[in-house]
Design a protein around this ligand. Structure first.
Ligand SMILES: NC(=O)c1ccc[n+]([C@@H]2O[C@H](COP(=O)([O-])OP(=O)(O)OC[C@H]3O[C@@H](n4cnc5c(N)ncnc54)[C@H](OP(=O)(O)O)[C@@H]3O)[C@@H](O)[C@H]2O)c1
Length: 288
């Protein structure tokens, strides 16, 4: 794939697959940014359904190299046609957040219509998709949000929004939550148990830390996997406007190392995205 844009996940350098291969051996110089949008440059023999110049988006498996490069190698089952109404920048920010939300809610928590769901971090990169998808699935959605995002959380579809800067969710919710989707971890994850009803289950996207170790018995944590069928479903919802995607801002090459060092504060909602076409311009100007 000739990459046009790549979504950034600043924490990924500390994740296990960035530093190990599938056999547990040390891995060096992993190429980061595992979600992308671009155009097919060339297909391998036996690839059906795609041709040169098709616009696609998707995510690579974490053990595969990422997309912070002019070209990336991917597999047909990890990509889908790019949503027609999204720019490359918008599309590149979708796969990890939307697939994580989808898999957390429907594969791991097995969320059902009419169940009560708490999304902790419901206006973040994963949470914003979780709130939208859960509402569309008929759940009663409660979301935490920072003070300046309360309205945004309601626009996403939350029935109830709790300002986490002002009040702890476990001091106002009763013990009647069927599913908690946690995207924050730490002490916040510990508090999720206080609001669970009798059928309650907790799924966390935060896969590291002592809290997960201690909580392993009753918390499902998982790592998002590429999935073409789910991407196709997400694409159709993006195309018909029932799902919205959010870009914080587009970064040139010169700002990428600051982003991965965690030095860039988000300004808006959504993810940071790398403008890979500017990488191409950089390589050309460097005489390649
Ligand atoms: N397991 C996987 O496969 C997978 C996939 C994607 C992401 N992740 C992980 O999931 C986590 C979330 O990712 P993301 O992209 O959604 O991050 P994000 O965009 O930073 O969203 C996190 C959200 O949580 C909010 N928050 C922070 N502290 C809180 C608290 N004490 N109580 C309630 N809400 C709080 C943040 O609000 P503010 O805006 O006020 O900070 C933000 O809205 C990260 O740890 C990421 O590494 C895992």
């Amino acid at each position: 794939v000739r990459v046009c844009a790549a979504g950034l996940t600043p924490g990924e350098f500390s994740w296990y697959p960035s530093n190990h291969d599938r056999n547990g051996r040390q891995r060096k110089w992993a190429v980061p940014a595992h979600e992308f949008a671009g155009e097919i440059a060339v297909c391998g023999s036996g690839v059906l359904g795609y041709g040169a110049n098709d616009k696609v988006f998707g995510m690579n498996d974490w053990y595969q190299e990422g997309a912070l490069a002019e070209y990336c190698l991917t597999r047909p089952e990890w990509i889908a046609p790019k949503p027609t109404n999204l720019s490359h920048f918008e599309a590149a920010c979708v796969p990890i957040g939307a697939l994580t939300a989808w898999q957390g809610l429907f594969e791991h928590a097995k969320l059902r219509s009419n169940e009560r769901l708490l999304v902790v971090g419901g206006t973040g990169g994963v949470g914003a998709y979780a709130v939208q998808l859960a509402r569309a699935a008929g759940a009663h959605v409660i979301s935490t949000a920072p003070t300046d995002c309360l309205r945004f959380a309601r626009e996403l579809g939350a029935h109830q929004v709790i300002d986490y800067k002002v009040v702890r969710f476990d001091t106002i919710l009763l013990q009647d939550i069927d599913v908690v989707l946690d995207t924050v971890g730490g002490a916040v994850l510990e508090r999720c148990r206080n609001v669970l009803g009798p059928r309650g289950r907790i799924v966390s996207t935060v896969t590291t830390g002592k809290e997960i170790e201690r909580s392993r018995q009753d918390v499902t944590s998982f790592v998002v996997q590429p999935d073409r069928d789910q991407l196709l479903e997400i694409t159709s919802r993006l195309n018909n406007g029932s799902l919205r995607a959010f870009v914080d801002r587009v970064l040139p090459l010169s700002e990428l190392s600051s982003a991965f060092e965690g030095k860039l504060k988000k300004r808006r909602r959504g993810k940071l995205v790398a403008d890979i076409q500017s990488l191409g311009a950089f390589a050309a100007s460097a005489g390649r």
